[in-house]
Write a protein that binds this ligand. Sequence first.
Ligand SMILES: Nc1ncnc2c1ncn2[C@@H]1O[C@H](COP(=O)(O)OP(=O)(O)OP(=O)(O)O)[C@@H](O)[C@H]1O
Length: 912
Amino acid sequence: MRTFIEFAVLGLGLGALYALVALGIVIVHRVSGVINFAMGAIGMVGVYTFWELHDRHGWSFAAAIVPSLLVSALVGFLIQAILLRRLQNASPLVRLLATIAVLVSLQSALELRYPSQAEAMQSSVPTGTLHLWGLRIGEDRVIIFGIVLALIFGLTAVYRWTKFGIATTAVADDVMVSESLGRSANMVAAWNWGIASALSALAGILLAPITGLSVTQLTNLLIPALAAAVIGSMVSFPITLAAAILIGILESEMSWYVTAPGWSAAAPFLVIILVLALRGKTIPGRSHERSRLPAVGHGNVSWGGLVAALGGSMLLLALLPLDWVNGMGVTVAVGIVLLSFIVVTGYAGQLSLAQFALAGLGAFVAGRLVATQNMPFLLALLCGILVAIPIGIVVGLPAVRTRGSQLAVATLGLSAAIEALVFNNRDWTGGGDGTSIGDPHIFGLDINAILYPRTYVVVTIAIFTLVALAVANLRRGRIGRQLLATRANERAAMSLGVNIVATKLYAFVVGSVIAAIGGVMLAFRSPSIVYSDYIAFGSISLVAEAVVGGIGFVIGPLFGATLQPASLGTNIGVLAFGDGFQKYLPLISGIILIRVLIRSPGGMVTHAGEGVRFIGRQVKKVLPQRQHMSPSQKVLARSSAATHPPTAGAELEVRDVAITFGSVRALDNVSLKITAGRVLGLIGPNGAGKTTLIDAVSGFIAPTAGSVSIDGAPLTRMSPRRRSRLGVARSFQALELFEDLTVLENLLIATERPAFGRYVSDLFMPGVARLPSVAREAIEEFDLAADLDRLPSELPYGRRRLVAIARAIAAEPSFLLLDEPAAGLSDRERVELVELIRRLAARDIGVLLVEHDVDLVMRACDEIVVLDFGRVIAHGSPADIRRDPAVIEAYLGAAEADPAVAEVDSKATVSS
Ligand SMILES: Nc1ncnc2c1ncn2[C@@H]1O[C@H](COP(=O)(O)OP(=O)(O)OP(=O)(O)O)[C@@H](O)[C@H]1O
C-alpha cells in the first residue's frame, strides 16, 4: 500500500503537467476547432528562453519566468492571428495540418539552435523529500500539483466571470457569432492561443528539471495530454484535469506493477481509443462540417508518360553516382509509404497518423522472419502485409465513429502504443543492434541493397509503379468514387446506399498493405533494421510530405518524398547549397507545408502538372491527333445498366412517430402513408418538423416513439444505407452534393451497388461505368448532359439543385423523399420539376414532396399533409387543404388560399 501511495503521488505531479498541456489543447480547440499538435513545440520556445535567462545568464526565477511565458504566448498569438486566420474557411483537416506544419517548423528550428540531445536544468521548486505518515513523497510533485490546481481554478474563474471569458464562450459556442464578429473573433481566438501557449511553456519549465531539457520533451507529453482533453470532450476544464491526473497516476502505478515492457506508456493511448470509439457517432449530425478538402486527381494513367518516366529513371540509375542512387532509393521507398496516405487521407478523407507505425510493423515482421526463419524475401513481405492488415483494421475502427481531428488523435495514440509495445521491446526487436537481414533474394536475384544498390532501387521502382497503378485504378473505379463520396459527405453517401463503415475500413486495409510494403522496402535498404526508428511522430512528418507532394495525386508521393532526409531532395540541396543543407531540410519542409496549405492545396504536383501538360500539348501538336472521348461521353455511349423497377402498389407507412430534441418536440405522433404511384405533399411553417420527418424515414434520426415500415416490414432499426437498398431515396435541403466529384460521378454513386469482389478487382481493372435509363432520363429532363464532366461547384445554384434531384432519382427509388427541391429554381425549371415528379409517380414511384412553394405542391401532389409544431393539423386533397381554416391560419394565410382552387385542378392536366 505504501508503494502504491508513493507512486500515486509521483503520478500526481506528472498528471498535473499533463493537465497544463491538456488545458492548452482544450482552450485552443474551443475557439479554433482545431487540435493543436504544435502545442508542445510552442511551449518549448518559452522553456528554452527560460533556460537561457535562468540557467545560463543567472536571472532569478521571478525575473526569468515572465518573459519566457510571454515569448510562448506571443508565438501562439501570432500563429492564430496570422496563419490560422488565413485558413479560417479551410477544412478541419487542412487546419490540423497547419498545426503540424508549425510543429515541424518550430521543432526543427529549435533543434538547429539546440542540437544536443538533453541539457540539465535547475529545478525552480524545492526538490527535497517530505516524510508524511511514514511515506516518502517528492516535495516538487506536491508543489507542482498545487501550482496547477491554483492555476486551473484561476482560469475557470477568468473564463466564467470576465468579459474576455464571456467573449470566448460566445466565439466557442456559435460559429455564426464568431463569423459575424469577424476580426474581433480572430483576436479573441488569438488571445486564447496565447494563454494556452503560456500554459504549455509553464508545464515545460516545471518538467525539464525532472526529465532533462530536450526539444521534444513537451511534444512527448502531447499524447497523454490529448487523452485527457478527449475525455473532457475538448470543453470541460475539471474533467480534463481529473482525467490528466488519473492518467498520470495510472502510468506511474503501471510502471511499477506491470512488468511487461511498454504497457505503462501504452495505457493512455488505449484509453483515448476506447473513449473515442464509445463516444462517437456512426451517423454525423445535420450540421456536420462540409468544407472543401485537398484537391484529388482523376487517376488517369498516361502510358506514354509512364514508359518515358521509367526509361528516364533507368538511365539515371545507370549514370548517377552511388549517393544519388541511394537518394533515389529512399525517395521511392518513402514514396510507397506516402501512397498509403493517398488512399486513406486523400481519397477517404481520414487523417491517419498510424501509417508509419504500420510501415514499421511490416518491416518488423518481414525482417524478423528473414533473419530468424531464413524465409524468402517475397514470402516474408507477404507475411508483413498479412500482419499489417488486421492492425490496419484496428487503426481504422475509431474512424467508424470519430472524424477529423479526433481520428488523428486516436490513430496517433495507436501508433504510440505500437511503438511502446513492439518497437521498444528489446526482446522482440534485437534492441539497438537491430535485425540483421543477410542477403534477401527475389526469384534467385540477390537484392542486397549494400552489395547491389542499383538492383535494389530497380526493384523498389517496380514495386512503386505497381502500387501507384493500383491506387490510380482505385480512383477511377466504383470503390474510389465511394471513398470520395464518403470523404465529401457521409450523410449523402449513406443516403445513396454507400456502406460507410466498409468503405472506411477498406481504405485503412489498403493503406496498411501499402504502408507495410513501403516499410519493408525502406527497412531492407540497410543490412540491419532498427525498429525504434519507426517512432509514432514519424507519421506526422510523413503526412506533411504527402500533403506537400499532393495528397490527392498518385504522383504526389514522389514529390513529397524528396523532403525526406537522405532522399533526392537532399542530394539536390547539397549540390546547390553545400553540405550544411541537410540539417535545414526539416525546417524547409515545415515552411513549404505552411506555404502549400495557404497557397496551393493541391500540392507541388499540381505545379509540376502544369509543366507536364504544357509538354503534352507540344507533343500533341507534332503527333497525329486522336479523338478522345470525355468520361461522360464514354458512359453515355455505353448501353444502360440493368434497371430495378419499383414495386407496384408498395406502401411506406409512418405510424405515430414522435421525435424530441431536448425539450423540443419536433414530431408529435405523426402518421402518414407514401404510396407507390402517388405524390404526397408535406407542408407547414418553418420548424414544423418536415425535414425531421424525412430524416426519420430515411434513417438519419431514430424516432423516440412510433414506427416506419414498408408493406408492413419495419424499418425503424435499419441504417440509412439499408433503407436506401430497400428503395428509399432522399434529396437534402442543403443539397449535400459531393463537391470533389463531377456531376456524372455524383449520379454514378447513386446507381452503383458494388459487389464484394469490386474491393479487389477495382485495384486492377476499374472498368467503365454504366448509367440506368432512369438516370439518363433525368439528365435529359434537366438538360444536364453538357454539365456532366464539371464539378458541382462550377454550376449556378439552380442547376446544382437539379443535380441533387437527378442524383436521388438515379438511385432508382421505390420511394423518393424530396426536401424543398424547388428552392432556387427558375419558373421554367419549376414547371419541368412538376412534370418530372408526375412522371416518376406514373412509373410507380411513391413521392414525398416537402416544399414551401404552395403553388407547386398543389400542382404536383395527389394528397397533402400539413404539419404545425410537429403535429398533423390537416390531411386531404390539394383542394381540401386550400380551404382548411386551420391550414389557412397556421400556414397559407388568406391570400395564398384564395385564388388557386381552380389551379389545383390543373395538376390533373399536368399528370395526364
Ligand atoms: N438536431 C437537432 N437538435 C435540436 N433541435 C433540432 C434538431 N433538428 C431539428 N431540430 C428542431 O426541430 C424542429 C423541427 O425542425 P425541422 O428542421 O424538421 O423543421 P422544418 O419543418 O423542416 O423547417 P424548415 O421549413 O425551416 O426546413 C425545429 O424546432 C428545429 O429547431
